[in-house]
Design a protein around this ligand. Structure first.
Ligand code: HEC
Length: 241
């Protein structure tokens, strides 16, 4: 009996989590080798997200170094919430205060792409839509009843969501319709969100790029060592064969 219960629990857990994220996710196309995309993403992040969310496991200095930006540039143009380049990416907003505004505290975003997946975050940021039945007048297809405002409306504009009745009798998301254009076209906005999520993926695991570069060096070293050992072996056995 006990075994049966455990087996049921093991099966039920993945099924439950699958049910929760049924919405279709678009690919974020993460490419950590694209430094320019990461730099643009960093700019979007400090301009549009860092006011409410922190990324407190990351320092400005490290970000500048990893992304190939000068410390002076970052200090002048990208630091609104801290004054020392060695500071972590904290926010000015007090957690208690934020809770009062939104009813929830905006979570720290340092490792959100690892928790939710980059594709989820990419789809989430592009899935805010107008919904009169909600207190803030907006909703999100992948995060129903979301407490976050559509902070990127100036860029994206406003969209409405169309739903279609599925075979199971429930309403399923079909498509978005832009009702008020923003400063960017849909393609431009998708590109900007690609950059932003690319940066947030870097944020979730900053030493990833370093590890990959180191891995390549190690392999090259092993190859050279292999050739040398082989030559040495040939030299040793030369007179015996
Ligand atoms: C005006 C404040 C505000 C700004 C600015 C803001 N957010 Fe949020 N965000 C929130 C709040 C509040 C929540 C919590 C929503 C909830 O739990 O219902 C949230 C939730 C999220 C989540 C979901 C976290 C989870 O629970 O998994 C992500 C991802 C996110 N924000 C990303 C961003 C990004 C990226 C930006 C910058 C483009 C941004 N946010 C800007 C307030 C903000």
């Amino acid at each position: 009996m006990k075994k049966l219960i455990i087996a049921l629990m093991l099966f039920a857990t993945p099924m439950l989590s699958m049910g929760a994220s049924k919405a279709h996710l678009d690919s974020a196309g993460v490419d950590l080798g694209d430094k320019e995309s990461l730099q643009r993403g960093f700019k979007y992040f400090v301009n549009y997200c860092l006011s409410c969310h922190s990324a407190k496991y990351q320092r400005f200095e490290r970000t500048a170094n990893d992304l190939g930006l000068t410390l002076e540039d970052v200090k002048q143009n990208l630091m609104f919430t801290a004054d020392k380049i060695g500071s972590t990416m904290d926010i000015a907003l007090d957690a208690q205060e934020a809770n009062g505004y939104f009813g929830v505290t905006p979570p720290d975003l340092s490792v959100i792409t690892r928790a939710r997946g980059s594709d989820w975050v990419y789809t989430y940021l592009r899935s805010f839509y107008l919904d009169d039945s909600k207190p803030m007048g907006i909703n999100n297809v992948v995060f129903p009843d979301v407490g976050m405002p559509h902070v990127l409306w100036e860029l994206q504009g406003w969209q409405e969501a169309r739903f279609k009745k599925g075979e199971d009798g429930r309403m399923h998301f079909e498509k978005f319709e832009l009702v008020k254009a923003g400063s960017m076209s849909t393609e431009e906005f998708d590109g900007a969100m690609h950059d932003l999520v690319n940066f947030m993926t870097y944020l979730g695991d900053p030493s990833q790029m370093e590890r990959k570069a180191l891995g390549v060096k190690v392999i090259i070293f092993l190859l050279i060592l292999f050739v040398l050992s082989y030559l040495l072996k040939k030299e040793y056995w030369k007179d015996i064969h």
